[in-house]
Design a protein around this ligand. Structure first.
Ligand code: HEM
Length: 134
């Protein structure tokens, strides 16, 4: 009998690395983080003005998808590109920094360990150039 090939023809394409997704507590953990972020955004008088006309349940769904997909979870982000979503807002680097500070407060609130926070910020930080000045 022939040994099984190292890579069976029916094997799925490389499984995604969902380490960060699982470390955050999978879907429930990500929903908790996103909810904490939405509270911080709501409570920040400089940031919440930008969201005056935003459908927040829709934004919540898209953020959960985005966090899930970015951390290797089994989700597809179905929202707009970051350039499109932030187009016309004319966001500055200062706005972005304040938003990130809100996120960090939310991560603390949701008891996300600092090493995981750094991994999250490494995923989202590089989006600055797609978001600022659009
Ligand atoms: C890494 C940082 C950020 C990420 C990952 C992010 C992510 C997102 C996502 C996923 C959406 C929904 C996209 C869609 O509607 O299809 C969105 C929309 C939005 N974001 Fe951000 N965002 C970031 C930074 C910011 C900042 C700094 C501000 C303002 C201070 C901001 C303000 C908004 C607003 C107002 C909307 C809703 C636009 C609308 O209602 O049409 N975002 N963002």
């Amino acid at each position: 009998k022939k040994p099984a090939p190292a890579t069976a023809p029916s094997a799925p394409a490389a499984a995604r690395d969902d380490t960060l997704y699982r470390a955050l507590g999978a879907q429930a953990g990500i929903e908790k983080v996103v909810d904490a972020a939405l509270v911080e955004i709501h409570n920040d008088p400089h940031i919440n003005l930008f969201f005056a006309n935003t459908d927040m349940p829709d934004l919540r769904r898209l953020l959960v998808e985005q966090f899930c997909a970015a951390t290797g979870g089994p989700c597809e982000y179905t929202g707009r590109s970051m350039e499109e979503a932030h187009g016309g807002l004319n966001l500055t680097d200062d706005d972005f920094d304040r938003f990130v500070a809100d996120l960090v407060r939310a991560f603390d609130e949701a008891a996300v360990p600092k090493d995981l926070q750094q991994q999250l910020l490494a995923l989202f930080g590089p989006m600055r150039k797609q978001i600022v000045g659009q």
